[in-house]
Design a protein. Structure first.
Length: 88
């Protein structure tokens, strides 16, 4: 299942409190490789030696571009299904 995002890329919907991902080819519910693009604002603090440390991070936007099943290597064959015990 995929949706078109703001950038025109085909994106995969995020699971919610009542849904989860499932591979439509093999039934996998637990192992996925996720490719995502993020736009973030970070507050970087450099110590006196010049070593950077990110002290604050704000995600401005994030898009999941693809999801690959770790069991069967299917790409973008993911659907959202109800989580057990939820009344959707």
């Amino acid at each position: 299942m995929s949706y078109e995002g703001e950038s025109g890329l085909m994106t995969v919907p995020l699971p919610t409190d009542t849904t989860r991902w499932r591979c439509t080819l093999c039934g996998n519910l637990t192992r996925f490789d996720v490719t995502r693009s993020s736009k973030v604002v970070e507050y970087v603090h450099l110590d006196l030696a010049g070593e950077p440390k990110v002290e604050e991070r704000e995600v401005v936007s994030e898009t999941i571009e693809s999801v690959r099943c770790r069991w069967c290597n299917a790409v973008d064959q993911i659907e959202l299904v109800d989580r057990p015990g939820t009344d959707s």
